[in-house]
Write a protein that binds this ligand. Sequence first.
Ligand SMILES: Cc1cc2nc3c(=O)[nH]c(=O)nc-3n(C[C@H](O)[C@H](O)[C@H](O)COP(=O)(O)O)c2cc1C
Length: 362
Amino acid sequence: MPEDIQKRKDDHLALCLRGDVRAPARHSLDSVRLEYDCLPDLDLDEVDLSTTLFGRPLRAPLLIGAMTGGSDSGAAVNRSLATAARELGLGMCLGSQRAMIERPELAWTYDVRAMAGDLPLVVGNLGAIQLNKGVGVAQIREMVDRVPLDVLALHLNPLQEAIQPGGDTAWRGLWERVSEVVGGLELEVIFKEVGAGVSRAAASRLAALPVAGIDAAGVGGTSWAMVEALRAEDTPAGAAGRNLAWFGVETARSILNCRAAFGDRVVIGSGGITTGYQVAAALALGADAVAMSQPLLEAAEGGSEQVIARLEEILFELRVVMFCTGSGSTSALRGALAEPGALAQRGMEREREQGQAKGRRG
Ligand SMILES: Cc1cc2nc3c(=O)[nH]c(=O)nc-3n(C[C@H](O)[C@H](O)[C@H](O)COP(=O)(O)O)c2cc1C
């Protein structure tokens, strides 16, 4: 069975590199207008990208998103990504660690600190649905003993599982099960989607659990319905996956939903982020940091230097946008929206304000 997981994970890497699993439409964060300031009262060099996430200092509000581990090729990708994360002082997320729960000898493929040295923040990963299938506190503790983590992300991916050949679709009772397990762990836990986003109602239910935050992972980038449709080929699941490729909550909306529900807990914005402007827009809507996955996988093919080059481009653009909105720090970006009215038309402004008010109340 674990061989199946490894094969599936390698298929995922190959399909995500083909490029036709990315959203073709304009990204929701490109519609967010930031207020341009033609007289910023600061120097470009003064702009401070640094932040603190889960109590850990990062040089910029960016994480390399959850992708891989569990196979030789996954380990090679993790090494390139982790080297870049260490070099730039960014966070690093691991792909699902289910393979190493089933085969502990694969732990090395996830051990990014052993590969790359002192990383500021390592976020582990497991499908929340695994908790409905018998994974519990003991297995998670063992997993963390083998590969130390700062935070564990439990991913929620019902659309992907429904399309995936042999996917896990028995989701009844998962909220209660997650509640039991999270309560028994010493480690900080967050939720994450995988690119279909988080509705308002789901964000509220998730925020009722004792977790440290959420990664909004909305529609706009990699579609896991599409990835699994390509694997399911000419079957009803394959047809459904192609039709439902962009079903879900767009990234901008998902960030607002998560911020409104999670108050002052951590919200990570992700799902199709490829530019510095989009990073700035995500922060303006209330994200504390962003995560990027597939675009960095493409870069990782060329080794850590290309990942670093890609990230430096994005971070330079972010710096320029911060300079030209008069934002000296990432927290200052929260007030940098040009047209709150336009957001109101999209029904987003009220949610942003509610989230900020909750955050202030703490
Ligand atoms: C090759 C690949 C593998 C992924 N594997 C995982 C995974 O194991 N666990 C997870 O939570 N998300 C996984 N994701 C989803 C990403 O973390 C992210 O939520 C999603 O791809 C949307 O971000 P993007 O548009 O920047 O790729 C994977 C993404 C890619 C591209």
